[in-house]
Ligand binder design. Sequence first.
Ligand code: FNR
Length: 370
Amino acid sequence: PPLDEILNLHDFEAIARQVMPEKAWAYYSSAADDEITNRENHAAYHRIWFRPQVLVDVTKVDWSTTILGHKSSMPLYITATALGKLGHPDGELNLTRAAAKHGVIQMIPTLASCSLDEIIDAAQPGQVQFLQLYVNKDRNITKRIVQHAEKRGIKGLFITVDAPQLGRREKDMRMKFTADDPSEVTKSGDKVDRSQGAARAISSFIDPGLQWSDLDWFKSITKMPLILKGVQRWEDALKAYDLGMAGVVLSNHGGRQLDFARSGIEVLAEVVSKLGEKRGLKFPNEKFQLFVDGGVRRATDVLKAVALGATAVGVGRPFLYAFSSYGTEGVEKALQILHDEFEMNMRLLGARSIKDIGPDMVDASNISSH
Ligand code: FNR
């Protein structure tokens, strides 16, 4: 169907399922084991309800914000998802171009199909990009990537901490990852096991030995703000804060790692409450920022996370489905849909700016029992 018949982010998924090569669909859509966490990620948002305020002048509303000190037109960013070329020949560049047009930030994955330099070169002057990092067993390789990224102007380093081993994504494992799959990673000549899907083929370099005591080393090699991606309990968020991280992403990797991990929004409520209690922190704040991802499909989902204290949320699969079906224009359309949803929902909430979206805007009694 033509793009103008697309009304929401779910529509992209339905179309992608029909038009994408089976192997790409399997890699993008799959999640771990019985995919319970993947379902819960979205369902958890259904347990939060709004408490809109009325009779506020909402002629003008503004939902822009700052993420790690950088302007963003919306409180969301494009999160890192590997292997963009499985879905479209331009891969991650579709995301870069659409992000530029809409003033949102793109997080570039370590395992992008395009090279880091290609993705940086495709950005507009001043366009902000972050880097997601899988830490290599060979720390020299990691150091080179990090320092190169910093030199090229990357503004934040998101170290993935929920993937010491890749989860079992059985839909993906049933597909063989062949040598002609378009990926920089597999072109590098590394010996990879191609018999069990894309994820397994590309991830064997990740260091399962990574631990808290390694974080000082990252501070010694870069001045970029460090954020841990994949924190799932308040104790770890507290450690990250105490160790001087700039923030954490409360995420279960789109349900692709540990099945029965809780949704990010559920963990957010816990973290806000416990870090308030233990360290007197109020969220959102500039010093230690909370991000959430997983299952976000509507501006209302984003606004719920913001109300509970998130600075911004990450969106993954919808943009993959958008470019797999329509290229860059698809991603632009997805961002335009979110833009329009924000405008309407800010008005209906009686919120003139993101500062007005606080805990009083939601009834989260079905979620935050901590
Ligand atoms: C991911 N995600 C991910 N995360 C990461 O840290 N490094 C990576 O290489 C990838 N790759 C990746 C590929 C694909 C196809 C998906 C769907 C996801 C996880 C991603 O950053 C994020 O946590 C989830 O995608 C968020 O959930 P939604 O928005 O996809 O539901």
